[in-house]
Design a binder for this molecule. Sequence first.
Ligand SMILES: [Fe+2]
Length: 198
Amino acid sequence: MKTETFTSHPHGMIPNSRFPLLVHRNAIPGGGAQAVKDRFRSNGWSNNWDYPGVYEYAHFHSTTHECLGCAAGWMVFSISVGHSGFTQIRIAAGDVIIMPAGVSHEMISQSSDIHMCGGYPDGRDWDDIQEAFLSDEEYKRACKRIMMLPIPALDPATGKPIAEWLAAPSSVDGGWNEWRSGLDARSLPSSPAAGRAI
Ligand SMILES: [Fe+2]
């Protein structure tokens, strides 16, 4: 198994995450829906599903982190990580992605036999936020939810603590202080009409 890591930063209406996105290559050799779900569940990532693909529109989750395992076939994600803001990541049977809450993703191409499995730490339920339709207020609330999520106890594929996430700098040490303050900023009411009698 080989692991690739991808970092991200808040941009536009996408919160992204201080935790790197991880791609474990060939984590579950050969894939297979039952094998992938069994592995996720034994490591505490439950509320599992298996389905021929994932959403074909950009979305992120604010209520939970997510793991995605390729049970069969291949697919290409567009994901809001990397220097240019988005990176295309191709996965194939046996690969597992650990998707931090806040990171936007969509399926942009796939094989005809694509089959994917999902899992959520401690069986949390997921929401489905499309950044294209988000108000400022909704964005701030989503960011707050994301920041309160605990680091999952175990990696869904390896069953070990997620060293890359435990070592991730805090949002302050990572240079996100201004962004954090912005989430709490109150916009001042527009100034009262000049000269108005009170
Ligand atoms: Fe997702």
